[in-house]
Every structure is written in structure tokens, then in C-alpha cells.
Design a protein around this ligand. Structure first.
Ligand SMILES: [Ca+2]
Ligand SMILES: [Ca+2]
Ligand SMILES: [Ca+2]
Length: 451
């Protein structure tokens, strides 16, 4: 049991409870007329109407002071044994955020990817289940949604109801969003409790098609997802607008239903403003698309990460801290390290699930605005991504909604002054081997659209 409890003083008053300290030898009849909840020595916990608190000390010579009964609460670090290696969580202030909320289960997060190992020991309690089908009749579309026996989601690659992951990528992504936290097992997700919908469009070779993407987005939206993570994309700058339309339709459909799509920016180390990657680059056109670059353990843009001042919104952990990339769940009930913007994206998808869990009525544009206005500014990102920074989960959960639509860069001037031209300083030593795995997935997607 490694649960570490720290007590955190917060400045919330607890109802109308006040701590009264009596002067030594004071006549305890001074408390008459108040409801005393507890007493010890010369302290008393007393319920006092708010309007009577001020001046109370002056009124009674027996009172040394009257103080609000501020709340103390546990500030937990999860007991998952591999958490010690999950540097990305502390970088985004997840530990502090988890004091605010650990439960994203009100919000369904669809992972459109290679599938999800939904039997994984550290995921199975956090996977979405379509209970009508799980409890229904085999070979019957019990819920009438057009998909027979879709208990765990759907496999659009093989057109069957089993979106199990035969590659690993989707399971890794799913674990970042919502590996079960604080269960003495494996790792912890950004959300300790979650509902992850597995929607498979990438096969074991890591490729997929726009049609399956379009189908998958409709499936996710129609079956209750509020957030869609897409750690995939095109890798051809010359795709015609006509060929892009199915992808655009998918994004527009999600937008019309108020569903957020979080998308990886790509791993080519290039500028998406000049060489767009879709769906990430739809971020410029649609308020429901949030595109994500990768940072290393020092909060600097990863050397492999795509960027784009106008088309990439913020960064999140996806690179390296020393020799370690991002640890998460993997296919076959295992765990592994992977780097890439694919891995950064689900940090943000998890953050969106947190935000919507606490405020389900928020529109996608308000969610996006909150995320972008609460980032941790870094000099390596100021000229590279729209927000100028990387995810701060605590700030995103704590901040009030800013009303501005586009003024995400309001706090960048200070960082600019100190940052200068340090944009391309990350060396990328040692990253290429692990990245090759992700490249295989990202680069080969959507070959049908390459003309
Ligand atoms: Ca069905
Ligand atoms: Ca059925
Ligand atoms: Ca766990």
C-alpha cells in the first residue's frame, strides 16, 4: 500500500461551521445560544449563521478568535506500481488535478484506432459496454443501431462486432485516456474511471481508410461518445479538397452534434500550416477539433512533432524524459513505452473528458477555449502552436471559462521575451527507433486519398 496522503488546506468554508477558540478560563456559558457540534479543550466547533460571525469576538470577551472551518482533503498519488515511470502525468499537473476529479465515467470517450484490448487487466473496468447488446441475443441487433452484437464497439476493418486490438497502438492510447487508476495494478490513466469505446479502423498493419474513419465517427457520435480521440491522420500535403471531403464530413457531423475530436498533429517534424495533416488540420476550420503536438519531459517540443501556429492547438506529453517515452497499457494484457503525437493526443482527450464530466453542457468551442487558455507556456512552443504551451490538467479543470473566441495567446509575450529563438533545440537523440513504430501507423494511413 503506497497510498500517500497529504493534507491540503483549501480556503473553502464548510457550511456555516466555525472554530471558536475560548480564552483560558473563559466561562463556557459564552457558547450558549450557539449549536456546538464538537468540543475539546478550549476549542469548539460551532454552527454560526454567517451574518453573526463578524464582530463575534468583540461581542464576547470569552472568545480568542472565531475561524472558518476550512476543509482538509486527501491529495492522493495513485498506488499503481508503474506510476513511478509515468512522468507525463506530473508534467501536466495530473496529481493536483486528481484531487479535483478522477472520474470521467459520465463521458464516453471513443478511441478510433487499431482497437482496444478490452480484456486488459488495467482497462476492462473502464471500457464502454453497450449493455443492450452485451445482455442481448446473439446475431440480433438488439438495440437497432444497425450493428449486430456491438457490445464493446465495432471493428470497421473486418466489419464485425469485435474491436479487439491486434496491433497495440489503440490499447496504448486507451490506457493514457483511462487505464484504471489507483487499483494497485499497472498504470494510471488521465481519467482513473472512464468509459472507453473501442472503434477499430486501423488493421494490424496500422493502416485504414477515410471511409472507415467516416463510419467510425458516425458510430461513435450516434452511440453516445462526447469525445473522440484520433491518433492517426493523413501524411500527404497534396490531397485534393475533393478527396478530403469524407474526412471533412466526419468532422462536420461530429461538430453538428457537439462532439469533440482530439487529433494527433503528426510525427514528421514539419509545419502543418504549410503541409497539413488531417483530421488535425481541420482545427483551423472547426471549433470541435483540437490538434495536439508532443513535448518531452522538460516541456519542450519533441523533435519529431509536427507543429503549426495556426493549425496545431497545444502540446502534451508524447516524447522522452531521459530514455523513457510514455508508458501505458498494450495489447495482450501488457505494458510498453511508445513516443509520438499519437500518444500526446489522448492526454488531451482525457482532459476533455474531465472537463465535460464536471460541466457536461459545455460546447466544444468552450472546451477548446478552456484547454488552450490554461496551458503551461513554453518558449519552444510559443511560435509553434496556437496556445503557445502544453496541457495543464489542473488549470484546465480549475479555470473559469474565458469568453474570448480566439485570444489564446494572451500570456505569451512574457514567454516570448525569455524564449527567443530556441525552437529547434531539441535533439531527438534516441527517439527514432521507437518512433518508427508510430510512423508506420501514421504515414501509411489513408493511401486511397493520396491522389
Ligand atoms: Ca447493435
Ligand atoms: Ca445482439
Ligand atoms: Ca492501474
Amino acid at each position: 500500500m503506497k497510498l500517500l496522503i497529504l493534507l491540503l488546506l483549501v480556503s473553502l468554508s464548510f457550511g456555516a461551521e466555525f472554530i471558536v477558540k475560548l480564552r483560558p478560563g473563559a466561562d463556557s456559558r459564552a457558547l450558549e445560544g450557539y449549536r456546538v457540534i464538537k468540543r475539546f479543550k478550549n476549542y469548539a466547533l460551532v454552527e454560526i449563521p454567517q451574518d453573526r460571525v463578524s464582530g463575534l469576538v468583540a461581542l464576547s470577551s470569552s472568545f480568542e478568535y472565531v475561524a472558518r472551518n476550512v476543509r482538509l482533503r486527501a491529495f492522493a498519488i495513485p498506488n499503481d506500481p508503474m506510476y513511478v515511470d509515468q512522468w507525463g502525468m506530473s508534467l501536466v499537473n495530473a496529481e493536483l488535478a486528481w484531487d479535483v476529479n478522477v472520474d470521467c465515467s459520465p463521458i464516453i470517450v471513443a478511441v478510433i484506432d487499431t482497437g482496444v484490448d478490452y480484456w486488459h487487466e488495467d482497462l476492462r473496468d473502464n471500457v464502454w459496454r453497450n449493455e443492450i447488446e452485451c445482455m442481448g441475443s446473439p446475431n440480433v441487433d438488439d438495440d437497432g443501431n444497425g450493428f449486430v452484437d456491438d457490445c464493446y464497439g465495432w471493428d470497421f476493418v473486418n466489419s464485425d462486432p469485435d474491436p479487439i486490438d491486434d496491433q497495440g497502438h489503440g490499447t496504448h492510447v486507451a490506457g493514457i485516456v483511462g487505464a484504471v487508476g489507483n487499483n494497485s495494478t499497472g498504470v494510471a490513466g488521465v481519467c482513473w474511471k472512464a468509459r472507453i469505446m473501442a472503434v477499430k479502423i486501423l488493421g494490424s498493419n496500422g493502416t485504414g481508410s477515410a471511409y472507415d474513419f467516416l463510419s467510425a465517427v458516425h458510430y461513435a457520435v450516434d452511440n453516445g461518445a462526447r469525445v473522440i480521440n484520433t491518433s492517426l491522420g493523413t501524411d500527404d500535403c497534396n490531397i485534393s479538397e475533393a478527396s478530403l471531403q469524407p474526412l471533412r464530413d466526419a468532422v462536420e457531423y461530429a461538430n453538428s452534434k457537439g462532439i469533440v475530436i482530439v487529433a494527433a498533429a503528426g510525427n514528421s517534424g514539419s509545419d502543418n500550416d504549410t503541409c497539413p495533416v488531417y483530421p488535425a488540420s481541420f482545427s483551423k476550420d472547426y471549433p470541435n477539433v483540437i490538434s495536439v503536438a508532443s513535448v518531452d519531459g522538460d516541456g519542450k517540443l519533441s523533435s519529431f512533432s509536427n507543429y503549426g501556429l495556426n493549425t496545431v492547438d497545444l502540446a502534451a506529453p508524447g516524447g522522452f524524459s531521459g530514455s523513457k517515452s510514455i508508458l501505458s497499457t498494450y495489447a495482450g494484457n501488457s505494458y510498453t513505452y511508445i513516443a509520438g503525437t499519437s500518444i500526446a493526443s489522448p492526454f488531451v482527450a482525457g482532459a476533455v473528458a474531465h472537463i465535460l464530466s464536471s460541466d457536461p453542457a459545455l460546447t466544444p468551442s468552450l472546451v477548446k477555449n478552456r484547454l488552450l487558455s490554461s496551458v503551461q507556456i513554453d518558449s519552444s512552443l510559443v511560435d509553434k502552436v496556437r496556445s503557445g504551451g502544453y496541457l495543464d490538467l489542473l488549470a484546465a479543470l480549475s479555470s473559469t471559462i474565458s469568453s474570448g473566441g480566439s485570444a489564446f495567446r494572451g500570456s505569451t509575450s512574457e514567454a516570448s521575451a525569455s524564449g527567443g529563438g530556441g525552437c529547434n533545440s531539441v535533439g531527438g537523440i534516441g527517439s527514432s527507433i521507437v518512433l518508427a513504430v508510430i510512423f508506420l501507423i501514421l504515414r501509411r494511413l489513408l493511401p486511397k486519398l493520396s491522389q
